[in-house]
Write a protein that binds this ligand. Structure first.
Ligand SMILES: Cc1cc2nc3c(=O)[nH]c(=O)nc-3n(C[C@H](O)[C@H](O)[C@H](O)COP(=O)(O)O)c2cc1C
Length: 181
């Protein structure tokens, strides 16, 4: 039983959400948190749950051009070789029903349509992943952030809810906590 949380982040907001989701998951199953440029190209055979999160850029998943724009706004060097979740998902082999869930961060106001989480979920579903629940958004206040109040609590609870699906039935009443092994 194990989960992998793969995230992409320019300003750090999606990283914070990914950390909170991983904390929520660990009540039920061991979770590994990894930034997308260091994520494995081949998923472990014993993976039970893949969670993928990234910032919404230009109505969907980031591209090299939007990552460059973001890096400029963040005052950081742009790494032209770095991939985002779009490219990482493109490199995955077809899956045979492995559970997966996606999230994104995006600006609450002005609200524009489009969600990296929805796009990522569609790609993963096409690859054969079994999507759990709906793609989920965590809101930021402006392009650099910060996250809106309580979003990290909501992210931890979202992780707990995902993890509870993997907890043995007898443990679910006490919050899905399981012992290892
Ligand atoms: C180039 C660029 C394009 C963006 N496009 C959108 C967008 O279409 N919709 C939206 O809600 N937010 C958009 N944003 C705001 C990002 O979603 C926001 O910066 C992100 O959630 C912050 O996450 P991070 O700190 O993990 O990078 C954009 C940001 C950048 C840099």
């Amino acid at each position: 039983m194990q989960a992998l949380v793969v995230y992409e982040s320019v300003f750090g907001n999606t990283r914070q959400v990914a950390e909170a989701v991983a904390r929520g998951l660990t009540g039920a199953l061991p979770a590994t948190l990894v930034e997308v440029t260091a994520a494995p190209a081949t998923l472990p055979d014993d993976l039970d749950l893949l969670v993928v999160g990234g910032p919404t850029h230009a109505l969907g998943m980031s591209r090299p051009t939007t990552r460059r724009d973001g890096a400029e706004q963040a005052g950081r060097d742009y790494d032209a070789d770095a991939i985002g979740i779009r490219e990482w998902i493109e490199g995955l082999a077809p899956a045979r029903g492995t559970a997966a869930a996606t999230f994104d961060t995006r600006v609450r106001r002005p609200r524009v349509p489009g969600s990296a989480a929805h796009r990522a979920a569609a790609r993963l579903r096409r690859l054969g992943f079994r999507m759990l629940g709906s793609p989920t958004t965590f809101w930021v206040d402006g392009v650099p952030g910060p996250l809106l109040a309580d979003e990290l609590d909501r992210a931890r609870r979202w992780g707990e809810e995902l993890g509870a699906r993997f907890a043995p039935a007898r443990d679910r009443t006490d919050g899905g906590t399981v012992t290892s092994g």
